[in-house]
Design a protein around this ligand. Sequence first.
Ligand SMILES: [Ca+2]
Length: 455
Amino acid sequence: MVWHEEAEGVVRVPQRQELCQAAELPDGLDGRVNAKNKPVYMNPADGASKVVVQVPKLPKGVVWDNLNHVVLDSGSGLAAATTYLITGTVSGDVAANVTVTLSGAATASTTTAANGTYSFSGLANGSYTVTPSNPGYSFTPSSRSVNISGANSANNNFTADSGGFVDGAYIVVDLLSGAVTELSSVPADLLANADYKTTKMVFRRVPAGTFTMGSPGDEMGRWADREFQHQVTLTQDFYLGVFEVTQAQYYLVMGTWPSWFNNPTYRDTRPVEQVSWNTIRSGTWPSGDPGADTFMDKLRILVAGYLFDLPTEAQWEYACRAGTTTALNSGKNLTNTDECPNMAEVGRYWYNGGSGWTQDGDLSVATAAVGSYLPNAWGLYDMHGNVGEWCLDWFVADLGVDPVVDPVGGATGSNRASRGGCWYDNALACRSASRPSNPPSNSGNILGFRAAIQP
Ligand SMILES: [Ca+2]
């Protein structure tokens, strides 16, 4: 008697029917049971070849589990099952793409499927802990202890709670009056009303949380010596502009039009560029307020009571990713390091208008009007491409692999981090993990910024 077994001692028969007992299944055959309770084994690579066999009773010691798999145990007299499954579901405010980690007798990590299900297989008897995590969400229970002792463990379920974050919390600053409006959801006319790109600034609350900064070793186009993956915990909520700061917004704060792409017909909703770190922030960092007469200093004076500043580099990547672990915050990876249709969806870069750049050009070339491409899951636009975005940090190439809390960059340095790539870049430079930097006095037409409100 030969059983079709997988490595973990589980026979997969996807209907709760009786088990084929005597058939030896050729390699590569998958099984199902037809309406007459007869299993039909069909080679997925060759739908025409099938084998029909008889269905006897389940023998002693063979049981169905909750996944309609047949499990052999030691009482069967057959091959003993030596490994097991832990399965469950995440539901509530988020289900798909939640990270679930396993610790204890073995360690592993997976992500939930579109319907929230997850599974760990190949587990020996022992004690395990299962913990879900997703930026911005809490889970009930926060973890589960699972003891595996001769059987699979199913229904290890969790409920996710956004804490209201899905509905968001927004701050709208009116640059003409200095008035601030706090909203529980994004303005319905965010894209249709040009005020939000000219006379007002819209900030979204970004929740405290933990994420993996850097790129996996197999990410196409990665910068291997400066994208080491490491866990970053941000302990405090902050706010981040949903758009890059535009030329009109910059004018209302600073009274100047410094940008290279300065055609008056198109300039208002374009991101400001040719602005150095020293001009917009200056002062000292990793601690200290913006310098006098910088953009951030003047904005703090115009709108009192809020700590307007640049984001730290870790805040920037956390917000850019919005829970994704892929090269782009759409959940997609690159298909080509240079010209890539997935990049073309999420921002202006060389191959969807950048290469046609002229100083007097319209919005179809060089920089795009902010908000012209798909936002990420947290409603932030142009994190990929358009203009590179200054961050607070002194740039440090090697951020290491150890977990860190509220990182603020190097104590000193020669360059400040400037993230996200720009209209002049190819796709690889615009990835979530890509880490350009520039001297703080640089003010090229590829560099702009996005304002944050620090806690
Ligand atoms: Ca950008």
